[in-house]
Every structure is written in structure tokens, then in C-alpha cells.
Design a protein. Structure first.
Length: 277
């Protein structure tokens, strides 16, 4: 009975948003406020006349901080030396994309513009493409083609949102399963599995928040919580993968933020300094 009620709420919410989208997009440019195809459950302009969805906007600052922290810490201290002491440049790309996701989502929820929506969803697609590309070029091409196709159909009301959700969930499950293989096959390090399960649990909680927010039944800002938890999950799962693959690396903390430290980094920095001198 509860499931049926929630399902009905999701359908009603989707139909309402579809009607609003068609009505708005006929008259607004892509840069106009509230020109996006989505208007989330948070009430608009409650705390500011310039920010459409306040909590959904400011929580992305946390995601941006995580991305920049990961980019700085991995570049400075330790996302170097995977396998044969070679630089792990892909983690710099990962954290850069995480920063872009936070920035795009900040613009999107702050304005609810079509341009912001493109930034938000485009950066997410870029992250999915790069993550699958690191596993297999064929998988990256297949997943990106499917996701782009479904998003196109969803945007023009040709497919119902849960199909897109199912597809994104399938790709995410695939990536989580691949990360688990990395952790179990390449590392016997302490805390590696614990950090992995923490990241998966965090993502599951984030996903539940996203689902609940679709109903618009509760006044609590579940979508804002989705931003925080999903950002933490991505940061942690990248951390644990790098930790599992890195030789002689350890997990240290910069304040409360964990990062990977490799003892060869000091040697690398010293050599770079000599070259500059």
C-alpha cells in the first residue's frame, strides 16, 4: 500500500513537472531562470531572491570542496605511484570532474536554467564516461550511447524517468563491482575493504535520498542530502581504489579529510626541485 502510494506520487510529480516544462520552455531562453526541464521539490526563492533552490545550491559547495581537496592532495601527496611508480593522472581527472559536477549542480539549482541543467547533467555524463573508459573503451562507448539516448528521449517526454534511473543504476552497479575487484585482488591493506563498504553504504543512502525526494511528500531536503552523501561516496571510492593499487601507500588525514600518502612523493618532489634549480 505504501509502495503504491509512493509510486502514484512519483507519477503525479513527473506529470506535473512535464506540464510545467512544456509551458515554460515555449517562452524562455536556455539562460533564463527556471527554464530547465526539472523543478525539484524544494520551494523556490525561500531564503534569497537570487537563489532558486537554496539548500540544493549551497550543499554543492561541499562537493566542490571535496573535488578540489582530492585534486590538490592527490597531486601533492600521493595519487602518484600505482603499480610501477608511475603517476596516476586519472585520479586528477576524476577529482576535476567531481569539482565540475559540484559547480554545474550549483549553477543548475541556483538558477534552474536550461544552461545549468546542461552543465549539471553533462558533467555527470562525463564522469560516467571517464569511469567506464578506465575499465574498457567499448563499455564507455556503449554506456555513454545508452545514457545519452535515454536522456534525449526523457527530455522530449518519450520515456518515463524510472527507465533513465534504471540505466544509470545499472552502470553505477557495474562500476562499483569493478572497484570491488580492484580492492580484493590488489590489496591486503588494512582499512581498504572497510573504506570500500563505507563508500558503498554512503552511496546507497544517497540513492535512497534521491528516490524519496522524487515523491515530494516530505519537507526535509533529501535532494540536498543526496548531494552531500553522493559527493562523499565518490571521493571515498576513488580514495580506496588508489590506496588498494598504490605500493607502500598509507591513508593520512588533512584535518578530517582522508588522503593517500606515498613515501616516494618526497623523493619525487626533491628530484623536481633539483631539475628546476
Amino acid at each position: 500500500m505504501i509502495y503504491t502510494k509512493i509510486k502514484i506520487e512519483i507519477i503525479n510529480n513527473y506529470l506535473t513537472h512535464t506540464y510545467i516544462k512544456i509551458k515554460k520552455l515555449n517562452n524562455l531562453s536556455m539562460f533564463s531562470y527556471q527554464s530547465s526541464s526539472i523543478d525539484w521539490c524544494e520551494q523556490n526563492y525561500v531564503y534569497s531572491n537570487y537563489i532558486v533552490e537554496f539548500w540544493n545550491t549551497i550543499t554543492n559547495i561541499f562537493v566542490i570542496i571535496l573535488g578540489l581537496s582530492g585534486l590538490y592532495l592527490s597531486s601533492t601527496y600521493g595519487a602518484y605511484n600505482l603499480y610501477n611508480d608511475r603517476p596516476a593522472y586519472r585520479y586528477k581527472v576524476y577529482y576535476t570532474l567531481l569539482t565540475f559536477i559540484g559547480f554545474g549542480s550549483f549553477i543548475f539549482h541556483g538558477t534552474l536554467s536550461q544552461f545549468g541543467q546542461i552543465l549539471d547533467e553533462g558533467s555527470i555524463l562525463a564522469m560516467i564516461f571517464f569511469a567506464t573508459l578506465c575499465e574498457s573503451l567499448l563499455h564507455a562507448m556503449a554506456s555513454s550511447t545508452l545514457v545519452c539516448g535515454v536522456i534525449f528521449c526523457w527530455y522530449y517526454n518519450l520515456v518515463y524517468t524510472p527507465y533513465l534511473l534504471f540505466l544509470m543504476g545499472t552502470i553505477t552497479f557495474y562500476l562499483i563491482q569493478k572497484k570491488w575487484k580492484v580492492v580484493t585482488q590488489n590489496s591486503n591493506k588494512p582499512l581498504a575493504k572497510e573504506f570500500y563498504f563505507l563508500s558503498v553504504l554512503t552511496f546507497f543512502c544517497a540513492f535512497c535520498c534521491w528516490i524519496i525526494d522524487q515523491t515530494c511528500v516530505f519537507s526535509f531536503q533529501f535532494h540536498a542530502l543526496w548531494h552531500i552523501l553522493s559527493g562523499l561516496s565518490i571521493y571515498t571510492i576513488l580514495l580506496v581504489e588508489c590506496y588498494a593499487l598504490s605500493k607502500n601507500s598509507v591513508i593520512k588525514y588533512y584535518g578530517i579529510i582522508p588522503y593517500i600518502y606515498h613515501p616516494n612523493v618526497k623523493k619525487q618532489l626533491f628530484q623536481n626541485k633539483i631539475k628546476l634549480d
